[in-house]
Design a protein around this ligand. Structure first.
Ligand code: SF4
Length: 505
């Protein structure tokens, strides 16, 4: 697949904002407050808005919360602000319909709008499958009518972790399944000439997210559609690893000209997401688009990390920070033709003094070559940072591209109004106790509604299941339900020990 995005997407209006076509890349974030609490929610919205976030999403878990959006909008207005809001809806079509009367945009998840996920495999004939689509189209009709009437825009937000059993049974738990899920729903809206739609295809694995978005671009172009894309890597976690995963997924696509609006999800205070998103949008969005790098290495090896290029005598060095994407293409083509090529070192010397900007730039430069299996070694330099920091970044990029696993993998959600425990504090505690378990995947999720699906490929899961209550998972299986929060981290460690996955630090 070679995606060259030479066509602009259509412009979609979200209240006073526009996304797509020539509009600048729009950044967005999400509140953490319970959306039934008007004051807390409004204060958080205003805070995020003043920090530079023009579009704000709220978790709306019930019909009651959807009705409360009216009060939130009125209170924002009363305080002198005009802030476009997005209602984030899972499982409750009725709440989506109500929300569409009060906010500028509603996000629905095709995996659970009129479908379910129980990790079941269902066999369909083509006719049966078609009947299911007809049922869903009927179920979604009142929502489409309400959005049209209220001039509300829609995001069809597909998540890899919450694809319905119908989709995974028919198309597989794959980027193709994600794309088909989005296309089915787009067809419902498109059949009725409802155009104010944005699409997202997110995953906690940046490689899957990148593949799904590229494939979607190809598929929607085949149908003559040009709906804008919202980009994001879900459950990216916190700190450097969260930034690296987000930069890899979002930055790689923006550089190819794909993406119109972005959200960086971090398990941190939402305001921390904004400078990362702003930098990605400014540096990589709406610039000259480079075609997807589609030259794959024949025999990928596990790359070594070096601190100086001089350590690699006899290697071929390619400078990713200085040389252009065209030069990179030529270089890789030549490498591919060689019978016996010398090992390749990818090098980049950076001058950023800001750590986040440095690691984002390095991730976007190194990400796509590493994802395609290239490189026997990598060397990142920046005289503003010590070698320990830099080696850590290099290992983080290798881990995010799945070329070399040298750390514990955390899949932690950013938390939202559905979270009923201190997710940031708990994530820090779990990390402190388990960060020596190289290769183990631990999911730390705020709620039982979306958590289990979104962390589906984790080895162990720690999921909020009520106020101060935690449910523990081993893979997809529930092991202990509703443990008090204060005992849950130790219970998780016990569970890892009992299953033989623990090693002493
Ligand atoms: S998994 Fe986390 S971010 Fe997603 S809905 Fe639940 S609490 Fe919110």
């Amino acid at each position: 697949m070679n995606v060259i995005l030479n066509k602009r997407t259509k412009e979609v209006h979200i209240g006073s904002l526009s996304v797509g076509n020539e509009s600048p890349i729009l950044i967005q974030s999400m509140t953490m407050a319970d959306s039934l609490d008007v004051n807390k929610t409004v204060e958080e919205c205003i805070h995020l808005f003043e920090k530079g976030c023009p579009l704000i999403r709220l978790a709306i878990p019930s019909v009651k919360a959807a009705k409360n959006l009216k009060n939130i909008k009125l209170e924002i207005e009363k305080r002198g602000y005009d802030i476009p809001l997005v209602a984030d809806i899972h499982f409750t079509p009725e709440a989506a319909e109500i929300a569409s009367k009060f906010v500028e945009k509603v996000r629905i998840n095709p995996g659970n709008f009129a479908d379910r996920k129980r990790f079941e495999s269902i066999e369909y004939t083509a006719e049966e499958y078609d009947l299911e689509l007809k049922r869903i189209e009927k179920d979604i009709q009142p929502f489409i009518d309400s959005c049209r009437q209220n001039q509300t825009s829609v995001r069809i937000g597909v998540n890899h972790g919450s694809l319905s059993d119908r989709i995974t049974s028919y198309y597989g738990d794959t980027p193709k399944g994600m794309v088909e899920s989005a296309l089915e729903y787009l067809a419902f809206f498109n059949n009725q000439n409802f155009e104010n739609v944005v699409v997202s295809l997110k995953s906690s694995n940046p490689q899957i997210m990148i593949e799904a978005n590229r494939l979607f671009v190809v598929e929607q172009e085949k149908r003559g559609w040009n709906f804008p894309l919202h980009l994001g890597v879900t459950e990216a976690g916190d700190g450097e690893d969260g930034r690296i995963k987000s930069a890899l997924g979002i930055g790689t696509l923006l550089k190819e000209g794909i993406g119109d609006t972005i959200r960086v999800s971090l398990t941190e205070n939402p305001e921390n997401e904004i400078p990362v998103a702003q930098f990605l949008a400014e540096e990589f969005g709406r610039k000259k688009a480079f075609p997807e790098l589609n030259i794959y290495a024949k025999n990928p090896t596990i790359p070594e990390v070096f601190t100086h290029p001089e350590q690699c005598n006899g290697w071929t060095v390619f400078d990713l920070a200085k040389q252009s994407p065209e030069e990179l293409h030529q270089f890789l083509l030549k490498q591919q033709e060689k019978e016996q090529a010398s090992p390749v070192l990818f090098h980049g010397n950076y001058s950023e003094k800001d750590l986040d900007k440095f690691l984002i730039r390095a991730t976007v430069d190194f990400g796509s070559v590493l994802l395609n299996g290239w490189g026997n070694g990598m060397c990142i330099q920046n005289e503003n940072f010590g070698s320990e920091v830099i080696v850590n970044i290099a290992n983080g990029i290798l881990q995010a591209t799945r070329r070399k696993i040298s750390k514990t993998e955390y899949i932690s959600c950013p938390s939202c109004g559905r979270t009923r425990f201190d997710l940031q504090k708990t994530t820090a505690q779990i990390k402190e106790k388990t960060n020596h378990l190289v290769g183990l995947k631990i999911g730390i999720m705020g709620c039982i509604v979306n958590g289990p699906g979104e962390m589906a490929d984790a080895d162990y899961g720690y999921v909020g299941s009520g106020i101060g209550r935690i449910t523990l998972y081993k893979k997809k299986e529930i092991i202990q339900k509703n443990i008090p929060e204060e005992d849950a981290v130790n219970a998780l460690i016990r569970l890892i020990r009992e299953n033989g996955d623990w090693v002493d630090p």
